[in-house]
Design a protein. Structure first.
Length: 210
């Protein structure tokens, strides 16, 4: 789960010439201030010692309010939450009754969450990733982001849009693990207040602060 926090947290940069996918990304970051959607996630890990790849599926709901609030609520197969309240990034594992808290400013940075929910504009994040238009496929317009940092845990990120709407996020990490998030029923600029992104550790939960 900690590795997924790193994966789910990514930013992107802008190129000088906009292609269709890049225009979709620019418009999304600039005009969509709040949003919510259902999501499904498929994580595929390379097989070891000749074994086939391992595949894990999960699903839940996603909400965000720019510039600094979002939450992923996983419902299946296990209940977990990732919540950014503007100051702290919280990870809550229901089964373990364990909460991990990190300073949000240090945890986000160049992350997918910064791209799809936190970034105010592309100029604020363009220093961290090289961004390019990718060929359209599967009915989606794509943007490819490659981290500039040599020690990044990510290889590449692809962001897919359908008719200008966020549809998919594909993340390949340095270990060869691929995470694909597909968003369904996306609603843009819905009424969301900061209070909806508050998180209070449940009574009796083990709280780890990093």
């Amino acid at each position: 789960m900690k590795r997924f926090i790193t994966l789910i947290l990514i930013a992107a940069s802008a190129g000088s010439v906009w292609a269709t996918g890049l225009k979709d990304l620019e418009n999304f970051v600039r005009t969509v201030k709040t949003g919510k959607a259902d999501f499904t996630q498929v994580v595929t890990s390379p097989g070891k010692d000749g074994q086939p790849p391992r595949v894990k599926n999960s699903s839940g709901q996603f909400e965000f309010a720019r510039p600094d609030r979002f939450k992923f609520n996983y419902k299946k197969p296990f209940e977990q939450s990732i919540v950014a309240d503007g100051h702290t990034l919280w990870l809550f594992d229901v089964d373990l009754n364990q909460v991990t808290a990190r300073k949000q400013a240090a945890a986000l940075g160049s992350t997918p969450a910064a791209l799809i929910s936190s970034a105010a504009d592309l100029h604020a994040i363009e220093a961290d990733f090289a961004l390019s238009d990718a060929p359209a496929s599967e009915g989606l317009e794509w943007v490819a982001a490659t981290p500039k940092a040599r020690d990044s845990q990510l290889q590449t990120v692809r962001i897919g849009f359908k008719s200008g709407e966020l549809a998919r996020l594909e993340i390949l990490d340095s270990f060869g693990q691929k995470s694909t998030l597909t968003f369904n029923g996306f609603e843009a600029n819905v009424p969301l207040t900061p209070n909806e992104f508050q998180f209070k550790p449940p009574s009796g939960a083990d709280v780890i602060r990093q």
